[in-house]
Design a protein. Structure first.
Length: 142
């Protein structure tokens, strides 16, 4: 198909052929003229990228846990490995409706990831109220 880094998901838009789940929404935001989704200022853009990449690290851990044959044994060590990041996110997001106070691509990743968090860490999920608040804000978008 001519995709340099063939993988799922992928996007073909005329001459543009990309894969990678983080590249596709960035491209769509730029093409659609919704560059505020990437951040409104260089500082915000850096923060959006930082949130996305740091949370993606957590999502990698979730994926490993989901496919673990020793889920019960691997659950607690994995939770305590990602918990400090969750706490940092919680502090950063505070009581905001969205990660930066306005809608960015990071909010979509946090919203999706919060479902996994809630599923894998049901009892502990309540400690991280900002994740749920962001998910509700994204879910309530028109």
């Amino acid at each position: 198909m001519g995709i340099d880094f063939a993988n799922l998901p992928y996007l073909i838009d005329g001459d543009i052929k990309i894969s990678q789940s983080l590249a596709i929404p960035r491209y769509a935001a730029r093409k659609g003229g919704k560059t505020d989704l990437l951040g409104k200022t260089p500082k915000d853009m850096a923060l959006v990228d930082n949130i996305i990449l740091a949370f993606s690290d957590c999502m990698t851990q979730f994926t490993a846990l989901a496919f673990s044959k020793k889920f019960e044994d691997d659950w607690a060590p994995m939770f305590y490995k990602v918990k400090p990041k969750f706490q940092k996110f919680e502090k950063l997001f505070a009581e905001k409706k969205f990660c930066l106070g306005y809608l960015t691509l990071a909010d979509f990743l946090i919203a999706e990831g919060s479902y996994y968090m809630e599923r894998f860490f049901y009892e502990e999920y309540g400690q991280f109220k900002s994740f749920h608040k962001i998910r509700e804000s994204v879910n309530n978008l028109p």
